[in-house]
Design a protein around this ligand. Structure first.
Ligand SMILES: O=C(O)CCC(=O)C(=O)O
Ligand SMILES: [Fe+2]
Length: 363
């Protein structure tokens, strides 16, 4: 049998490093230097060519929602904003949010501290990853011990609502994160009111049926170091998020793509906007009228990208199904389950490359 080393090749053989031996992709990259080939265990873009089509002509029609119009007391301005919001939800499952009132300098501080966090020596980052209900988790890829392909990202995840958990280092990070998490919750609450109205429901319908005021909030800080072979690997594979609405902001470096009409669209956000993604539980409560959006993170070989991603969901012990009023005239598309149990489905299905929504979809 020919050994790999005896096969003549102009390309150096990629090392077969299993990410379970890598606790931080950032530290791994720094130890290797920039130009070495990436381990073959990170090759996620191999047979995905069909799935890999990027359609930049869609990018110009990405919906933009003006939050100040949605909050307006002027009935016509508000009604028009609700209409546009409903259209964005049904046509894209995603939109850019402008004039949201979250100060730009708060986001700048958050990005600075997030970078400092990922730059801390390993031993100063609290804990590893012991599962989705652990209050603070730090890790790399998605689930390196069991997954087949690894992803080029390190992450911090903290549950920031109903209890606020966050690392104590670097100093000042906790305070900035607390302020940001509160502001994101209040923007999300207002968006859920608008979305309820756009479905023809009372504005508090989704908030009440998900017990949103005790809702779960997951605060994730992703760091994607430059990747020497960005065409071979991904920062995050195609997925949808678990909660109701995810609000995402990044450090000015692009990389997010959303799936629209079967094509990937690069999201180049406007300055100081929030990127809003409809997540699984919103598809459930709206009984499929508003579908969750598939998205992924691609890589580049120049800049470190940081994204701060807040997944805002129902209360963990609330049983979630389609809003009752919507079922007066239509059949339920999903069965109701506790949000806590949905988390378990999500972990299992992600590893099996399936959609967790399929676990609760009715025929
Ligand atoms: O970094 C990004 O743009 C995407 C991150 C993401 O989808 C997630 O954390 O769920
Ligand atoms: Fe996501």
């Amino acid at each position: 049998m020919a050994s790999a080393a005896s096969i003549p090749s102009s390309e150096p053989e990629p090392p077969k490093v299993h990410a379970s031996h890598i606790t931080s992709i950032k530290a791994f990259v720094e130890s290797k230097g920039d130009s070495s080939p990436i381990p073959s265990t990170y090759h996620s873009i191999t047979q995905l060519h069909d799935d890999n089509d990027v359609a930049d002509d869609f990018a110009v029609s990405i919906p933009i929602i003006d939050f100040s119009h949605l909050s307006s007391h002027h009935p016509q301005t508000h009604a028009q904003a609700v209409h546009l919001l409903g259209k964005a939800c049904s046509e894209w499952g995603f939109f850019l949010l402008i004039n949201h009132g979250i100060p730009e300098n708060l986001v700048e501080k958050l990005m600075k501290k997030s970078r400092e966090f990922h730059d801390l020596p390993m031993e100063e980052k609290e804990s590893g990853d012991k599962g989705p209900f652990e209050p603070i988790r730090y890790g790399t890829s998605f689930c390196p011990q069991v997954e087949k392909v690894h992803y080029w990202r390190d992450y911090l995840k903290a549950i920031t609502f109903p209890q606020f958990n966050f690392p104590h280092k670097p100093s000042g990070y906790r305070e900035v994160a607390y302020d940001y998490s509160q502001k994101i919750r209040s923007v999300t609450r207002k968006l859920l009111e608008g979305i309820s109205e756009s479905l023809g429901l009372a504005s508090n319908s989704i908030i009440e049926c998900t017990d949103f005021d005790s809702g779960h909030q997951l605060f994730a800080v992703n760091m994607y170091p430059p990747c020497p072979q960005p065409h071979l690997a991904l920062g995050m594979p195609s997925h949808s998020d678990i909660g109701l609405l995810t609000l995402l902001t990044q450090n000015g470096i692009g990389g997010l793509q959303v799936k629209h009409h079967g094509k990937w669209v690069n999201v180049n956000p406007l300055p100081n906007c929030q990127i809003v993604l409809l997540s699984d539980q919103l598809e459930v409560v709206s009984n499929g009228r508003y579908e969750r959006v598939l998205h992924r993170a691609i890589l580049n070989n120049r800049d470190t990208r940081i994204s701060v991603v807040l997944a805002n969901g129902p209360a963990l012990d609330k049983e979630i199904g389609p809003v009752a009023e919507l079922l007066e005239n239509e059949k339920p598309l999903f069965r109701s389950i506790k949000y806590r149990d949905y988390f378990q489905f999500q972990q299992r299905s992600r590893l099996a490359d399936k959609s967790s929504l399929d676990e609760i979809r009715l025929n």
